[in-house]
Every structure is written in structure tokens, then in C-alpha cells.
Ligand binder design. Structure first.
Ligand SMILES: [Cu+2]
Length: 167
């Protein structure tokens, strides 16, 4: 994801730099340069297609896409002041896992952190609702569930763990 952001940022910087260069040249040569030659409608449709492609690529692993089927593992995660209760201690690698997130009292935020300490995804936990978030774990190991929404004095203690295991 960070590499995607870097590549997209560099591409935008190059495009903007080209416009600046052509504008400077146009001001020096009286206007017969690249900006004058580019058809504005081509530019519009090109930028639109570029934006669409970037959006598609960057959202490809959208975590809120919920699949259904026999191979989906369901984990019920319940937040309460101040702990997380999850009904599975182990989930498999490479299989869709759907977290049903809800709370018993106030709003909490379920955050799942990988063994390297990197936040993988999060979902809001709200009283009276069940929010679903899906993830396919790619790496076995110890994962942590933390709270992403400040919920009182014991908020920092809302940590629990589960294992991702190879099939
Ligand atoms: Cu909290």
C-alpha cells in the first residue's frame, strides 16, 4: 500500500512538473508549446481514466468486502469497558475471516494488529449494531486485538490476542 502511494505521488509530481515546464516554455516562446497542443477534452478523459485506475488499484484489497460461502470463518468480537471478548482463539491462514463486531456498552473500535505491530484493519463497534469486517490473513502468528476508540480510563487495557495458524 505504501509503495502504491509512493508510485502514485511520484506520477502526479512528474505530471505537474511537466505542466510547469511547458508553461515556462510557452511563456518564453509565445505560447506554441505542449499545453497549447493538448486537446482539453483528451486531457479531461485521460485524467478521469487515470483517477479511476488509481482508485481501483488502491482499493483492490478493500477490507469491508464481505464474502459468503462455506469456507468463511466467523469470529464474534464483543467490546465492553474494558476488554475484548472473541469467541475463537485460532483462525486459519489464507481463508476469509469475518469479524462480527459489537459492544455491550459504549462505542469501541476493533483494531487488529499483526505480529510486526502493524495495524491491519479496524471496524467500529457500536451498541445495538453488528458491523462486519473481513480479512484474509497471509501470515501465521500471534495477532492482537486493540481498541481504536477512546472509551474511558481502561481504554489502553483493551487488548486480547488470537493465533493465526497454517492449515
Ligand atoms: Cu477504547
Amino acid at each position: 500500500m505504501q509503495l502504491t502511494v509512493l508510485v502514485v505521488s511520484l506520477m502526479f509530481m512528474i505530471i505537474i512538473a511537466l505542466f510547469f515546464i511547458s508553461a515556462i516554455r510557452a511563456s518564453q516562446t509565445g505560447g506554441s508549446d505542449l499545453t497549447a497542443k493538448i486537446d482539453r477534452s483528451h486531457l479531461f478523459w485521460g485524467m478521469l481514466a487515470f483517477g479511476f485506475a488509481v482508485t481501483l488499484v488502491s482499493l483492490w484489497e478493500w477490507p469491508h468486502r464481505i464474502t459468503s460461502g462455506q469456507n468463511v470463518v466467523t469470529v464474534n468480537a464483543t467490546g465492553a469497558q474494558w476488554s475484548w471478548g472473541i469467541d475463537k482463539e485460532e483462525v486459519p491462514v489464507g481463508q476469509p475471516v469475518v469479524f462480527n463486531v459489537h459492544t455491550q456498552d459504549v462505542t469501541h473500535g476493533l483494531g487488529v494488529v499483526d505480529p510486526n505491530g502493524r495495524l491491519l484493519f479496524q471496524a467500529q463497534g457500536m451498541p445495538g449494531y453488528v458491523n462486519k469486517v473481513e480479512h484474509i490473513f497471509k501470515q501465521a502468528g500471534e495477532y492482537r486485538v486493540i481498541c481504536m476508540e477512546f472509551c474511558g480510563v481502561g481504554h489502553h487495557d483493551m487488548i486480547t490476542e488470537f493465533k493465526v495458524v497454517a492449515n
